[in-house]
Design a protein around this ligand. Structure first.
Ligand code: RUQ
Ligand code: CUA
Length: 621
């Protein structure tokens, strides 16, 4: 039975469905009752014609992209290019996406975050940050495409983002690497005085689809690791873990792990917002910078076991749970007690002007499941139970945050970083499924040489935890979010945009316009030809002079779902895509004289192979 699970996809699935008799297979999938009556194979099997119940958005780490899977089938559906070029979709080649990428060629995408309304995923937008080149991005879930990317100056490697506040007011991007403000040269001997751990508060202007930096906070020169926003009663607050509070400047592995305690930064973003409104900030190269040692209030430190990694807020918004990667415990802190401590100034000193809250006053309990090592991240189910990944002991531990009692454990292969449960970091998790995002796959799949893919393992959490399916995934799913499929409403075709002066919708409106050495082509792509100038002797040919600056504006006038055309010029290293109804522009200099075939890269009809033409570049002399 088990053997065929990994191949139960696509056409094979249809074949298997026809040959295996699913005796009690019901059309209603995955209600909890139905789940418990099914075999493991039936639970993950989504017959052809039916769809998965959840979308999984997995971060692609240093691939720079985002990967979309269906759950429970664990079938990969799509790659959304975000921070890296992608020739499959022409991302990073056409003008719009090239501009978005800002001259960079890659990124390191760690933590995807859905937009939220009242603490619940609303299915509209997806945010992500780039640790490699310090950027933030927003993806439109109507089209599954990246819509805006901004650079975040002063914040170097926003690893601990993106996590949005309850109504997507902000996402906070704390830095992983401390750098001097402005990233100007500064000797590491002056680290403690002149380096900073800047956190950027980023807002999203939904109407104009623009990300903006509202303000920044010059936190101490520590590394900020993971963060989470409060919920319900703690909605105005956010928490993030720190390490290297030792302020080591070399051999971090040893030197950043000296102290017994690091901190969780607890801050009230409403208060910070008010400080900015009241002008309590300094202008630093156009950024509104709050210096906590000067503009006091709103930020506190909570001591926590050395080098914590994840911090996660419970669905009821009452607690935040820190996991110590070097200390084998999950520490549960109370928001309510924290608020009281702040009110009563129950402090034990300060660092860099930031008060340190008394550990004992806010700590609810330390939880140490027997022999569980390397706790990293926690997700939740519909009953408020916590699931923590154990990186070192390679398992998921289920426990009760209210009592600390261990309820269940399941081994995974191997070394899980994050896990993700169905809507598991919202105010109302769904339960049912948990996916372990494992760093090491080793013996899980057919060997592909010395390095293997990462591995995602699907765990049925409706009863006793059980791993029932797994799927390889490209590097590196740091985190993922799982959203109910019916929350996502995609469009079928791009609507006509009569205001877009680059768009052409009628064959007779196609034209090639020359202005000096600038050539603008207003063309269309349709099954199964290109038309650049309908009136020309050869409508599918573009002829320019060597050295001309060429703009090709291409509109796909097949307003028909899934009829995508590509456009590539052979040997010119150019490649774009136009989805149904979409207009895209590619800009380049015709610096190579010669004869270059152009063709559609995306199989679009029986005559796709005929969808081509020529790009002729007349030599200068
Ligand atoms: S991290 S494996 Cu990049 Cu989210 Cu903890
Ligand atoms: Cu258009 Cu292939």
């Amino acid at each position: 039975m088990k053997k065929w699970i990994p191949i139960a996809s696509g056409l094979l699935a249809g074949f298997i469905a026809a040959t295996i008799n699913f005796a009690d297979f019901s059309a209603k999938t995955n209600t909890e009752a139905a789940l418990s009556n099914k075999t493991d194979a039936e639970k993950v099997y989504v017959p052809f014609g039916q769809k998965d119940d959840y979308y999984l958005f997995a971060s692609g780490g240093h691939s720079g992209q985002m990967f979309i899977y269906g759950v429970p089938s664990m079938r990969k559906i799509r790659t959304i290019p975000v921070f890296s070029q992608d020739s499959a979709t022409g991302y990073g080649f056409d003008e719009h996406s090239k501009k978005l990428m800002g001259g960079y060629t890659w990124g390191d995408l760690h933590h995807p975050a859905f937009s939220e309304t009242k603490g619940d995923y609303d299915g509209k937008w997806m945010f992500a940050t780039d640790v490699g080149n310090s950027r933030a991005a927003v993806v439109d879930l109507e089209t599954f495409t990246t819509k805006d990317i901004i650079n975040v100056p002063n914040t170097a490697g926003p690893h601990c983002a993106a996590f949005v506040t309850e109504n997507t007011e902000y996402m906070f991007l704390p830095t992983r690497f401390a750098v001097p403000v402005g990233q100007k040269y500064e000797s590491l001997d002056n680290y403690s005085q002149n380096y900073r751990g800047v956190m950027s508060a980023v807002t999203f202007d939904e109407k104009n689809v623009k990300l903006n930096i509202a303000y920044q906070v010059a936190l101490p020169p520590w590394s900020y690791d993971l963060s989470d926003a409060g919920k319900k009663g703690s909605a105005d607050w956010a928490v993030m873990t720190t390490y290297n509070t030792e302020e080591a400047t070399t051999t971090m592995e040893v030197n950043a792990s000296q102290a017994d305690r690091d901190y969780i930064v607890l801050f009230n973003w409403k208060e910070l917002e008010k400080m900015v409104k009241d002008g309590k900030y300094e202008d630093v190269d156009g950024q509104k910078m709050i210096y906590p040692e000067k503009q006091k209030g709103g930020i506190y430190l909570v001591p926590v076991a050395k080098s914590p990694h994840g911090v996660d807020v419970t669905p009821d918004g009452k607690y935040f749970i820190a996991s110590g990667k070097l200390a084998p415990s999950m520490t549960v802190f109370s928001f309510e007690k924290s608020f009281k401590a702040v009110e009563n100034k129950d402090f034990a000193g300060e660092r860099n002007g930031i008060p340190i809250i008394n550990y004992k006053s806010v700590m609810e309990r330390e939880v140490n499941p027997e022999n569980a090592l390397g706790p990293l991240h926690t997700q939740f189910d519909d009953k408020g139970m916590a699931y923590t990944t154990m990186f070192i002991s390679s398992e998921i531990v289920k426990w009760d945050p209210k009592t600390g009692k261990t309820l269940d454990r399941v081994p995974v292969q191997y070394s899980p970083g994050h896990s993700v449960s169905a809507e598991g970091d919202t105010v109302s998790p769904d339960g049912k499924w948990l996916i372990a995002l494992n760093k090491i796959a080793k013996d899980s799949y057919l060997s592909v040489g010395p390095s293997h893919p990462e591995s995602m393992q699907l765990i049925d959490i409706s009863g006793k935890m059980k791993v029932i399916q797994s799927a390889p995934v490209d590097p590196e799913p740091h985190y993922a979010q799982m959203i109910k499929a019916d929350k996502i409403k995609t469009i079928n075709v791009y609507p006509k945009d009569e205001k877009n002066k680059d768009a052409v919708y009628k064959q007779n409106d196609t034209k090639i316009v020359r202005k000096g050495n600038e050539v603008h082509v207003y063309g269309i792509a349709m099954r199964s030809r290109f038309i650049f100038d309908a009136k020309a002797k050869r409508p599918d040919v573009i002829e320019v002079n060597e050295g001309d600056h060429v703009f090709i504006h291409l509109t796909n006038i097949d307003f028909d779902e899934d009829i995508t055309h590509g456009f590539a010029i052979n040997s010119y290293d150019l490649n774009i895509e136009v989805q149904p109804g979409q207009t895209n522009t590619i800009e380049f200099t015709a610096d190579k004289a010669g004869t270059f075939p152009l063709y559609c890269t995306n199989f679009c009809s029986a005559l796709h192979q005929e969808m081509n033409g020529y790009f002729l570049v007349k030599p200068k002399n």
